[in-house]
Design a protein. Structure first.
Length: 285
């Protein structure tokens, strides 16, 4: 077995528009070395798999020099949690990073994240999130101007990029078939077992329009409703609130939050539990 520092697992469902940008973000700073990278194409009917294979061939010399093993898996089942389980079961390093395919983070920050996971003897850790909403419309910007300074997003957001120790993997795997995979993971740990790093960050590109914002936030809320109804997983007792929220933005923020709670519960009680919604506004070429 090669002495990988960590394994990176990226589930990808029809990500032909973003997958190369995500990979470029990982490799451009030339800091990844002695790692394993797995992309799990789940239920794809686009060019995601071909684009990843082309990237591997184009960068084969670099991958060899950096001792990076790059594996592409495919499954016909369009399920993120199933894809994550496949990646976990097929990866070799004891430390695994679960990463969304539409997130920007560099190799240096992943190294910092894993070093902090080990030095603090944690079971799970995520980078600090930086919201990019420069290309979003007025209402979306108003929402994220408030959301970005919430205590949850600044201090408790175990999401998008999650590094897990061997003990952390034991606590979460196999992941059940749920919508809110990140929230499910977060609920498996006590506060002293996890952290949000203040030394590294990821870039979350916000949706461009209100329609897509409502769709993705409804999926998140519906996922939380599903978890609450199906699993006896306690909510973490984390501090709630905001750091001096912009007063002019707050009414818009609250109205959007109310809309998604109503919409999510309506869909849930209609039986539309597993309906998958994501931000398509940033996936249009």
């Amino acid at each position: 077995m090669k002495p990988y520092k960590f394994s990176i697992i990226i589930p990808a469902y029809n990500e032909e528009a973003l997958v190369l940008k995500t990979l470029a973000g990982l490799f451009d700073d030339n800091n990844l070395m002695n790692v394993e990278l797995l992309i799990v194409c789940n239920g794809c009917n686009d060019q995601t798999h071909l684009k990843v294979v082309s990237f591997i061939k184009k960068n084969s010399l670099l991958l060899k020099q950096k001792n990076i093993d790059f594996l592409v898996l495919e499954t016909s089942k369009a399920s993120k949690t199933n894809a994550l389980n496949m990646g976990i079961n097929n990866s070799l390093s004891s430390i695994k990073i679960l990463m969304d395919a539409d997130i920007q983070i560099c190799g240096k920050d992943l190294n910092i994240l894993v070093d902090e996971l080990k030095s603090k003897n944690l079971k799970a850790i995520s980078p600090q999130v930086k919201f990019s909403f420069e290309n979003s419309n007025f209402l979306v910007r108003q929402y994220y101007q408030v959301a970005s300074i919430s205590f949850y997003n600044k201090n408790n957001r175990l999401s998008n990029v999650i590094a897990l120790s061997a003990d952390g993997i034991k606590k979460i795997a196999p992941l059940p078939d749920v919508i809110a995979d990140d929230e499910y993971i977060r609920r498996q740990f006590s506060p002293n077992e996890v952290s949000v790093s203040q030394r590294c960050s990821l870039i979350f590109t916000c949706t461009k329009n209100l329609v897509n914002l409502l769709q993705i936030l409804t999926r998140v809320e519906r996922g939380n409703v599903q978890l609450n109804s199906r699993y006896n997983t306690p909510l973490t007792n984390s501090k709630k609130g905001y750091d001096e929220p912009p007063i002019l933005c707050f009414p818009t923020f609250l109205l959007i939050k109310l809309c998604i709670k109503i919409r999510a519960r309506f869909q849930f009680y209609q039986g539309r539990i597993d309906q998958w919604e994501r931000d398509e506004s940033n996936r249009i070429n």
